[in-house]
Write a protein that binds this ligand. Sequence first.
Ligand code: FAD
Length: 409
Amino acid sequence: MITEKIFNDTETAFKLKSDEELNRALFLFGMINRPALVKIGTTLTKWSLKLHLPVEGLIKATIFNQFSGGETMENCLPTIRKMYTKKLHSILDYSVEGKEQEEEFDAAMKKKISIIKFAAENKELAFAVFKPTGIGRFEIWEKVTSKVTLSKEEEEEWKRVQQRVENICEAAHQNDISVLADGEETWMQDAADELMERMMRKYNREKAIVFNTLQCYRWDRQQYLEDLHQKAQKEGFKIGAKIVRGAYMEKENERAKKMGYDTPICESKEATDVSFNGVMSYCLDNIDDISTFIGTHNEVSNYLAMQIMENKDISKNDRRVWFSQLFGMSDHISYNLARKGYNAAKLMPFGPVREVVPYLIRRAQENTSVRGQTGRELSLLIEERRRRKGEITKATREKRTTRSTEKVE
Ligand SMILES: Cc1cc2nc3c(=O)[nH]c(=O)nc-3n(C[C@H](O)[C@H](O)[C@H](O)COP(=O)(O)OP(=O)(O)OC[C@H]3O[C@@H](n4cnc5c(N)ncnc54)[C@H](O)[C@@H]3O)c2cc1C
């Protein structure tokens, strides 16, 4: 039985942080704990950048440094190597969003391929990642999903998008680096699912190189996985499943309401938790066919994965199971998993400060007290500061209950 509450170990979690860095993180999370401040800060940041005011230094010293690895791949390397001394891997994510032009999509594809090559040369990097709408217009994914007839130009455009995905997956295969396709809004996702399935069929003959994302806040994902599994068994390919809860809940619910269709989202947080844990269990139960990338900050789900692995005699470092959290968040999970010998990786966004701002704003919004995550981050940081001052003993820490928005069954 997994009885040891490894995530209570804040000493391991923040070992790489000096007292000064710890205080800086405390200050930052203290600020973004206030929804009103985040709202004002978001508006000010957007306007300042639009007006070309010199705010990049300020952004860089605060939120950028917390949630991003640097501006270039090379910039990120010192942090990547430092984390690896604690056996924690990284996944570089070039987080430039909102592009619309074909040349920009080609450039994004080239960047992804250069990251794959960089990952092949640096053992600290575990995966590569891409966002489907980062290499093709959202509207084209949406049109293909809705199965409307494409115009001649659109057909050409869609061919180019598919070719970009193919080039990324082929480079991943050639370099033996697995690649994760992010999950996005349901009204473009079918096109991505179908394309990623084709890529799995082609490149996952021996092992999972191509991973698709399953957003488990969707109530249909267990069925989707079971159907895919049947095809994989019949046709002889492996599945790469990146499982997350999902990041677009409000948007999904609002659109469904506005357009008058049933929401694709589970009816409650508890239902999403059941869905996530069910999908995760299914993957781990079928480890010979499915490689699993578990992307969550939820302690209960992480403990559950560890428990299932123990029950099924899956070794902690089995290359078919990975755990991952976002850079700058939930260090208590990542570092403690890595220390115990599990495959753990931080998803590390990087890019020019100005370009990464939309990603940073999303992280700040997700971390407001309304969403609950900051409570978790803040209490961990406070706990570690108290531990360093000698105010907390090991025994007190071990008594602490699981920190999660999910109820322990
Ligand atoms: C490594 C990594 C990669 C990621 N990649 C993607 C990606 O490709 N696509 C993507 O969409 N997201 C992605 N995410 C974000 C992820 O989907 C979640 O939004 C985020 O991780 C919070 O969920 P959690 O499991 O960590 O924590 P928890 O706090 O346990 O769960 C919060 C999540 O539960 C769900 N939820 C909350 N309230 C309700 C409710 N009332 N009803 C139903 N469901 C509810 C929402 O999905 C919410 O985000 C990724 C996260 C990580 C760590």
